[in-house]
Design a protein around this ligand. Structure first.
Ligand SMILES: Cc1cc2nc3c(=O)[nH]c(=O)nc-3n(C[C@H](O)[C@H](O)[C@H](O)COP(=O)(O)OP(=O)(O)OC[C@H]3O[C@@H](n4cnc5c(N)ncnc54)[C@H](O)[C@@H]3O)c2cc1C
Length: 377
């Protein structure tokens, strides 16, 4: 049998693409070398968000798309995603009041039509600012929290329910073009045929292209982000976004009865370099201690996780300024291979739609959006 699509990678992007493609009627085989959501897609900050901080790097397209996807995802998976209020304590030395206020207005504007409340200023005596040591005012705005691992599995389940085949513990070791498609070599010794390949291997995207001997001039930055979990630092189900003197922001969010704090931004060389360092633990403890009355130390950390972001290199240099937007690269020097650079949990559904629109002309089918209003199992 010849599959229409061989998808490599069972993270959020691979599973969302498998779902979209299966609903379009394509025959799909997705192979994942480890387990579904085994890597970046279960190591995120677990936010379905527009990305307030990306406004500072003028990523308006990404923020607008992400805010619209936030709305769609809240409707599609209310069992996995819940609205969350974010408290932003004012830190004048990092960003003046007017700048944050203007950024939040723009965030509201880009998300026009959202079911979530608009942002507003918080007075110093608001109870949600009580856990903060300094008597400052602040802002309140809304995003959402997701169980990222479960979201990947829900996408996979819907793909399977619509005919996709998904195999875990099987990697692609190589592939070559032949006839009208690809011969794909799998780690269990099989060779399968597919008309096109989707390379959704996240931080392994360039490694995968090398395996199938496709040259790509696109640059990739691998940036590690880590989180720590500590006993709950406040009561209530709202979260905090904490501005740091280096202008980064650190999220402190409720997670399964505890508080999770993240994230760092550390360049790494290899996709497998996902492990937290003592320096990152110190940084995150310091970031929280700068704000909360309840102080923490590395000894309070009960769990950690790290993931590697695969960011398309737009030549920005500094990690926090590299684009967070995704790029889909299609190689049609023979049977097609589509590679995914970057992406967010939030925008995976939209990315899958764009992936099909890009592959359609190369494979001779017309893509239609299949999942915009479709609930996730
Ligand atoms: C610290 C951090 C925090 C983040 N926070 C958020 C957030 O709050 N909200 C948000 O929307 N986004 C967030 N993101 C971004 C989001 O997590 C990622 O963009 C997304 O998970 C990437 O998914 P992916 O499917 O491309 O990659 P992955 O999840 O890494 O999946 C790629 C898969 O490919 C497999 N693979 C590799 N090579 C092969 C091969 N040869 N054969 C078969 N399989 C292979 C790997 O085993 C892996 O499972 C965050 C990212 C990080 C790192």
């Amino acid at each position: 049998m010849t599959y229409d699509l061989l998808i490599a990678g069972g993270g959020i992007n691979g599973c969302a693409i498998a779902r979209e493609a299966a609903l379009l009627g394509l025959s799909v085989l997705l192979v994942e070398k480890d387990d579904l959501a085994a890597h970046t897609s279960s190591a995120s900050s677990k936010l379905i968000h527009g990305g307030l901080r990306y406004l500072e790097t003028y990523e308006f397209r990404l923020v607008r798309e992400a805010l619209h996807e936030r709305e769609r995802m809240l409707a599609a998976a209310p069992h996995l995603i819940r609205p969350m209020a974010f408290v932003l304590p004012h830190a004048h030395s990092v960003r003046p009041w007017w700048m944050v206020r203007a950024g939040l207005y723009l965030y509201d504007l880009l998300g026009l039509g959202s079911s979530l409340p608009r942002s507003r200023a918080l007075r110093r005596d608001d109870p949600r600012l009580a856990p903060i040591a300094h008597n400052v005012g602040g802002f309140l705005y809304w995003d959402a929290q997701v169980d990222d691992d479960a979201l990947v599995r829900a996408n996979a389940a819907d793909a399977i329910a619509n005919g996709a085949q998904i195999e875990t513990g099987v990697g692609v070791t190589g592939a070559e073009r032949g006839g009208a498609g690809w011969h794909v070599f799998l780690s269990d010794g099989r060779t399968i045929d597919a008309r096109a390949i989707v390379n959704a291997t996240g931080p392994w995207v360039k490694d995968f292209l090398a395996r199938i001997r496709i040259r790509s001039d696109s640059g990739l930055q691998l940036i590690k982000g880590s989180h720590i979990v500590v006993p709950a630092l406040w009561e209530g189900d709202h979260a905090y976004i904490l501005q740091q003197p280096d202008r980064r922001v650190v999220f402190a969010t409720p997670w399964r009865g505890s508080t999770m704090i993240g994230t760092t931004d550390v360049p790494v060389k290899n996709p497998g370099d996902a492990g937290i360092t003592p320096d990152e633990i110190d940084y995150l403890c310091g970031a929280a201690n700068r704000y909360f009355t309840r102080q923490i130390a590395p000894a309070d950390v009960t769990a950690t996780w790290s993931g590697v972001r695969a960011l398309y290199d737009n030549g920005a240099g500094e990690a926090r300024k590299v684009t967070r937007d995704y790029v889909l690269e299609l190689d049609t020097r023979g049977a097609p291979v589509l590679s995914v650079f970057g992406g967010k949990i939030t925008t995976a559904r939209a990315l899958a739609e764009h992936a099909m629109a890009k592959l359609g002309p190369a494979m001779g089918f017309t893509a239609r959006p299949m999942t915009r209003d479709r609930p996730l199992p």
